[in-house]
Design a protein around this ligand. Structure first.
Ligand SMILES: NC(=O)c1ccc[n+]([C@@H]2O[C@H](COP(=O)([O-])OP(=O)(O)OC[C@H]3O[C@@H](n4cnc5c(N)ncnc54)[C@H](OP(=O)(O)O)[C@@H]3O)[C@@H](O)[C@H]2O)c1
Length: 280
């Protein structure tokens, strides 16, 4: 079975558009990008396009790659205090000379629609999330839409980044899976991944997961977005693994669209929460 993230995300965006239209709210997403990395610029453009599709206003702040941490913090402070802005997204990675932790922690938790602020990560790890990071959040939605129930399953996540691996593991744990996190120092990786009922690959290496690493019938989620000779491919060797897996996400058209749909949902959620609390 192919887990079609494109189809599911389109359906969710259509539903969200209706919800926003009847809500009487005008959610707004502010994106902040530093530097001219073409991939980051493309991701930000896709996010703005999705905003337009569902009726979320969006604005972009673009700073030169030579900006200092203080200058970025000043921009974050400005949009934090703007009552029209419901959600803030700082496009990562920031240039290496920037103190990324300080910037991420400067975003007000109630506007942190990326879910990377320690307050939101803490809520997630305590089993009471408000904003879940968009990629793992989108994966959980996709699993749910296809009736994959993680409870009691053995889940293995390859990758331990703050953006994907760690929050993915927390979400699967919250859903009562038995979770193992693997990384570059893991010994005998295939012996662990072969035990997985749900295998999530967030490695950043093209076609890293082959059929020898996958248990027959497993659900395989491919987070990777790697460009090989101009072609986008995942961390999973899709053509060979699809014969072994019970269900698998394609790249493109799997996790990527779900990430964007979740960002839109988080932004509307932020607008709703702010309207309830009366907070700017
Ligand atoms: N589709 C989407 O919406 C979306 C969103 C975010 C990211 N991505 C993609 O997902 C991939 C992962 O992203 P990320 O931000 O999590 O990347 P990352 O920060 O580079 O993390 C990669 C992880 O893989 C681990 N790893 C590297 N080589 C390994 C090996 N040989 N064996 C086992 N583990 C290994 C690393 O271990 P160490 O910690 O030990 O170094 C690290 O934890 C990238 O391709 C990225 O472009 C896609």
């Amino acid at each position: 079975m192919i887990l079609d993230g494109k189809k599911v995300s389109e359906a969710r965006l259509a539903r969200l558009k209706e919800e926003i239209a009847v809500s009487g709210l005008t959610p707004e997403l502010a994106t902040l990008i530093v530097g001219e990395d073409p991939a980051s610029q493309m991701y930000v453009r896709m996010k703005h396009r999705a905003c337009g599709q569902v009726g979320i206003r969006s604005r972009g702040v673009a700073l030169p790659g030579t900006s200092r941490t203080q200058e970025i913090l000043a921009q974050v402070d400005r949009i934090n205090r703007d009552p029209n802005v419901s959600g803030i997204l700082v496009q990562l990675p920031l240039p290496p000379h920037i103190d990324t932790h300080r910037v991420v922690e400067a975003v007000r938790p109630e506007k942190d629609v990326d879910g990377f602020h320690p307050v939101n990560l803490g809520r997630l790890f305590s089993g009471n999330p408000v904003f879940t990071p968009c990629t793992p959040g989108g994966i959980m939605t996709l699993l749910q839409e296809y009736g994959v129930e993680p409870e009691g399953m053995r889940a293995v996540v390859i990758g331990r980044s703050i953006e994907v691996g760690r929050p993915m593991a927390a979400l699967l744990l919250n859903a009562s899976a038995t979770v193992t996190i693997c990384h570059s120092r893991t010994r005998d990786l295939p012996s662990i991944t072969r035990e997985a009922d749900i295998l999530v690959a967030a490695v950043g290496k093209a076609r890293f997961v082959g059929p020898d690493m996958v248990r027959e019938g497993a659900v395989v989620v491919d987070v990777g977005t790697n460009h090989v000779e101009g072609i986008l491919c995942g961390d999973v060797d899709f053509e060979r693994v699809r014969d072994v897996a019970g269900a698998i996400t394609p790249v493109p058209g799997g996790v990527g669209p779900m990430t964007i749909a979740t960002l839109m949902e988080n932004t509307f959620r932020a607008a709703r929460l702010q309207s309830c609390s009366g907070a700017p």
